[in-house]
Design a protein around this ligand. Structure first.
Ligand SMILES: NC(=O)c1ccc[n+]([C@@H]2O[C@H](COP(=O)([O-])OP(=O)(O)OC[C@H]3O[C@@H](n4cnc5c(N)ncnc54)[C@H](O)[C@@H]3O)[C@@H](O)[C@H]2O)c1
Length: 125
């Protein structure tokens, strides 16, 4: 069923120059500035690494400061961690300001922060 809806991944890689390996190189997100909220673990962490591998400057936003900072420490100056609780408007404003102050603009905001029944998913799974 999925094959009828989505094109094969290999065709997307060829078309958009998506990188799935662990090297950073010019690619489809080159020069883009992206916030990934909930980026310290799970799907968000994978998104951070994929955005970074494909040339984006990644701002990792989360409430798990140690995990978020550790991911950025593994990457380079094109990934920074900013504490942000997405349920707090002031912290979101601070996050956006931090992104613009560091990289001069903001192109992408991807919210992957989430919990189930009041508990982060990584505590359940
Ligand atoms: N994993 C699954 O099977 C699944 C299925 C359906 C939906 N989802 C949704 O996908 C999203 C991510 O899932 P995951 O498996 O990567 O979960 P995860 O718990 O590994 O990651 C969620 C991240 O969000 C962060 N977070 C939680 N509350 C936050 C807040 N208020 N502000 C900032 N960051 C916050 C957590 O610290 C964590 O790093 C969630 O919204 C979840 O509901 C996941």
């Amino acid at each position: 069923m999925m094959e009828q809806i989505l094109p094969p991944l290999e065709s997307l890689i060829g078309k958009y120059h998506i990188r799935l390996d662990h090297q950073r190189a010019p690619a489809m997100l080159e020069g883009k500035v992206a916030i990934i909220a909930g980026g310290a673990s799970g799907i968000g962490e994978s998104a951070v690494r994929l955005f970074w591998q494909n040339g984006a400057k990644a701002i990792v936003a989360d409430i798990q400061d140690d995990l978020g900072q550790a991911i950025c420490d593994q990457l380079d100056e094109n990934a920074i961690y900013v504490h942000c609780d997405v349920s707090n408007e002031d912290e979101i404003s601070n996050l956006v300001n931090a992104a613009v102050a560091k990289y001069g603009k903001l192109d992408i905001m991807y919210n992957n922060a989430g919990i189930i029944d009041g508990m982060p998913l990584h505590h359940i799974c």
